[in-house]
Every structure is written in C-alpha cells, then in structure tokens.
Design a binder for this molecule. Sequence first.
Ligand code: GLP
Length: 239
Amino acid sequence: MKVFIGSAEQVAKEAAKRYVELLNKKPNAVLGYATGSTPLGLYSELIRLNQAGAFSYKEATTFNLDEYVGLDGSHDQSYRYFMNENLFNHVDIDKSRTFVPSGLDTSAETAAAYDEAIEKAGGIDIQLLGIGNNGHIGFNEPGTPFSSKTHMVELTQNTREVNSRFFKSIDEVPTHAVTMGVKTVMNAKSIILIALGKAKAPIIRETIMGEVTPEVPASVLQLHPFVEIYLDEEAASLL
Ligand code: GLP
C-alpha cells in the first residue's frame, strides 16, 4: 500500500493526477466512482481540470459503487443524483456510459448483470473508495464475505444514523442498499481510498495496520497489489 498524507486540498490534487495520467494514457478507461462527502474535493478538482482541457472523459465509462434501495435517480439523496450534480453534469462525459446500481430493481439477476457489465467493459482501472467509520467500503458492512459480488444489503443502524445528516430525519434514510461486493472492488486493477478528518483516524489505523478480517471490510485492501491511500493529517493521526 502506498500512503499519501497532506492537506485535504493536496489530497484532492494528488488523487486527481492519477485520473489525468490514466485518461491521457487510456482515454477509454473504466472508472469506479464513489459518493459521500470525502470525494467532493477530488470531484471539484477533476471538474476544474476537465474544463481546463487537461483530460477528457469522452470515451470513459464509469461504474458507481452503490445506490440506496427505493430511491430513483431523480431523488436528491440518490447516488445517481449525487454523481450528476457533483461530477457528470460538469464534465465532457457521455452520460449513457455512466452506471450506478439500480435502487429500484434489486433482483439478483440485475445485480449479477452489474458485475458482468463491469467485466464486459474491460474491468475497472481505478476504483475510488471512501470509508465508513466501521470500515465499510461501498455499503459492504462488517461481516460481508470477501467473496461477495454486487448484492443488496441491509444497512446497519450506525450507517443509517451517520448518513441521516443528509436526510430530513432518520426515518427517511433507506434501510437497504445495492452495492458492489468486496470481490467486485478487489477485482479493480488499482484502488484509491481517500479518508479525511479525525473521525476516520481509528478505522484507518485498523485498515492499514490491523488484522485482515471481514469484520473490517476495508482491511481486505492489504491483499490488493495496487492500492493508494490518501489521507489528511487528521485521518492519518493514529498511524
Ligand atoms: C457512505 C457510502 C460510502 C462512503 C461512506 C463514507 O455510506 N456508501 O461509499 O465511503 O459513506 O462517507 P463520507 O465520505 O461522507 O464520510
């Protein structure tokens, strides 16, 4: 694992460089994207660089990690809406090649089709990840088998509470989500995980220095050959 530590701004700039390099070398790259507050700085930087002509998304394909069950893409808390608002609407991407799991069709067939679509596109070149306070990646909560592919999950009470800050009340936070599995994530050719802020420091320590266990889903990254972890000083404070 390579670990980069800097200010949140430096993290966004350094991580953005990976995308500029990749897309200039391989314009039809396949990108795994993530939601949450953590990637927002990176997305702003990517928008800036894309608009400045540093790289193009025209031939790229994207697959998002997860989506809430029950929310359609027009719902302002759906992850499809998030991606459109925070990245896709501002760059030269072909939206028909941006994929987010369906929050409405939760069948096992549709989940399997998501993994197949990733494989058919050639596999993910860079998978971006944030991390939950309990070590979840995507919505793979503690205990999720490392062999899991895209599937529906029940969100933990803790995750619903943490994410309720974006909703009017906790009752509105969906109880389930569809997420790429741990295996889907690990199949990516390279992975970038970003963590910012003091609240993430304990789980970052466990992820990087702790035991590899499904109880800390992100710890599986220790087994991947190409992982870069970008941290601000606060998230890195317990390393
Ligand atoms: C959500 C998402 C994750 C994300 C995590 C952390 O539950 N499903 O993909 O990494 O929360 O969110 P934040 O970046 O807002 O801390």
